[in-house]
Design a protein around this ligand. Structure first.
Ligand code: NAI
Length: 302
């Protein structure tokens, strides 16, 4: 890889292309803009990038009301967010972060398209929870600029980011993401390109064992969550966590880690979450998952 011409991670000249303005994309855009980067927002869903900016501005105003931001910072962060109509408007970015659907082929296709639009030294970062960075980069002309940049939900509160190099990733790319994640206010850690990286590998048992307890009728959903949350020191019970993440993310993550570990029994997913995915009961984002949620997001047992 040629020595890349990109601003220091701490520079206000950094321009980030953010692809996928869902839960994670909005969170990443928030911390990047507040840290001084320019963020161009895109999404394949009509109007999603504009809606993301509107929502982020409301968030900035709330932070200001609580005394966490001053008016000048709100205006400056809002001015750094630029909704775009499509991928060609990302030309000129120093890096992109994709937070689209957790699907290997979709992510590969996106990066293949970006290769034709962006210079060879523009970093292509993926927020994948579980897919192999090496596999996402496979077949690209420049796999050395692809890396994982894995944030957690909710991004502004979960102050950790895993920075992951694939087999062919240039070390300087991971170093840049480590510096950027740190500048954006997170603890940035280097992780290897293994299924689930660090957090989703270590944490897998929490979800899969929780689902096994439900399948064996050991406890109801509220009882399981209450016991693990209130006695074992977890912030959320396993079902509350899956509802927050979204079954459209957590089920594919479970399947992906299980497959990548050659069907290791301890990672085996359960049919329940596959059915919930099929039924579209995805958790908080559809107001119905393991619980039902009212307009204020308050949960009710089913
Ligand atoms: P989401 O469903 O809230 O947002 C995904 C967004 O991407 C949607 O707005 C959708 O319209 C857009 N999109 C889908 N395909 C696209 C494409 N080909 N081009 C452009 N935009 C496209 O999903 P969420 O939860 O934000 O997850 C996104 C990624 O982040 C996934 O890879 C997921 O594994 C990862 N992740 C999710 C976490 C979570 O707790 N939800 C935690 C950490 C990572």
């Amino acid at each position: 890889m040629q020595a890349a011409i990109r601003p220091e991670a701490t520079s206000p000249e950094v321009v980030v292309g953010l692809i996928g303005c869902g839960v994670m994309g909005r969170g990443i855009a928030q911390i990047a803009a507040l840290a001084g980067a320019t963020v161009r927002l895109t999404d394949s869903r009509e109007g999603a990038a504009e809606a993301a900016k509107t929502e982020l501005m409301a968030t900035f105003r709330k932070l200001a009301e609580r005394g966490k931001l001053n008016a000048a910072a709100v205006d400056a962060a809002a001015a750094r967010l630029h909704p775009c109509k499509g991928l060609p408007e990302l030309a000129g970015c120093h890096m992109v972060v994709e937070a689209i659907v957790e699907d290997l082929n979709a992510k590969k296709a996106l990066f293949a398209t970006l290769e034709n639009l962006l210079g060879a030294d523009v970093i292509l970062a993926t927020n994948t929870s579980s897919l192999s960075v090496t596999a996402i980069a496979a077949g690209l002309k420049h796999p050395e600029r692809v890396a994982g940049f894995h944030f957690f939900n909710p991004v502004p509160l979960m102050k950790i980011v895993e920075c992951i190099g694939g087999l062919l990733t240039d070390d300087s790319v991971v170093d840049y993401l480590l510096a950027l994640g740190t500048h954006w206010g997170h603890v940035a850690v280097r992780a290897k390109d293994t299924p689930g990286f660090i957090v989703n590998h270590a944490g897998r048992g929490y979800g899969t064992e929780g689902l096994r307890l439900l399948a064996e009728n050991v406890a109801t959903v509220p009882a399981l969550d209450a016991i693990l949350r209130d006695t074992a020191g977890f912030r959320l019970g396993p079902c509350e966590l899956m509802d927050l993440t979204g079954l459209d993310v957590s089920h594919p993550v479970m399947e992906s880690i299980y497959q990548q570990y050659y069907e290791e029994p301890r990672f085996r997913p359960q049919g329940l979450t596959r059915q919930m995915l099929a039924a579209g009961t995805l958790g908080r984002k559809t107001s119905h998952g393991f619980y039902r949620y009212d307009a204020e997001g308050k949960k009710q047992p089913i």
